[in-house]
Write a protein that binds this ligand. Structure first.
Ligand code: CMP
Length: 135
């Protein structure tokens, strides 16, 4: 089925000049960009977006990282896009992500891993409502 996923090109990717590279990968795959906006997360949005992680020990540095510079928020659509994009990202830890995946090719970090994507239909619905309420 055609789905939508909320994808964030994180501040490390913006800083490194990888916006175009990452958008090109998604477009080449055949995914459609339904919305795209440059945004900077504040603490409140970070806490809502990462509601599942706010109590974890890695949350404070994650918040610093995610609020520390502009990011690109996008809505991608396509057949089974939620699963497809997660596969394109690779494992969370860039050191363990398979070569050929975005993190496998561009990241050596467990935190600065370039892209976020919704991990289930439920989180996609929640994250889309949070980031693009008018869509
Ligand atoms: P993301 O897909 O945005 O979802 C949660 C984020 O927390 C994850 O990508 C990483 O940026 C970060 N993260 C997850 N696990 C860890 C960890 N063990 N240590 C540091 N950062 C983590």
């Amino acid at each position: 089925p055609i789905e939508r996923s909320l994808v964030l090109i994180k501040p490390d990717a913006v800083r490194r000049g990888l916006i175009g590279e990452l958008l090109a990968r998604f477009e080449r795959k055949g995914l459609v960009v339904d919305a795209l906006e440059m945004r900077t997360m504040d603490a409140a949005l970070a806490a809502e977006h990462y509601a599942d992680h706010v109590d974890k020990p890695f949350y404070p540095p994650l918040k610093e990282f995610m609020t520390g510079g502009p990011l690109v928020a996008l809505v991608l659509s396509g057949d089974q896009v939620i699963e497809v994009v997660r596969a394109m990202l690779g494992a969370t830890d860039g050191r363990k992500a398979a070569a050929g995946t975005i993190r496998g090719d561009f990241s050596l970090s467990n935190r600065e891993n370039l892209v976020h994507a919704s991990d289930s239909p439920e989180s996609a619905a929640r994250e889309l409502a949070l980031w693009f309420p008018k869509l």
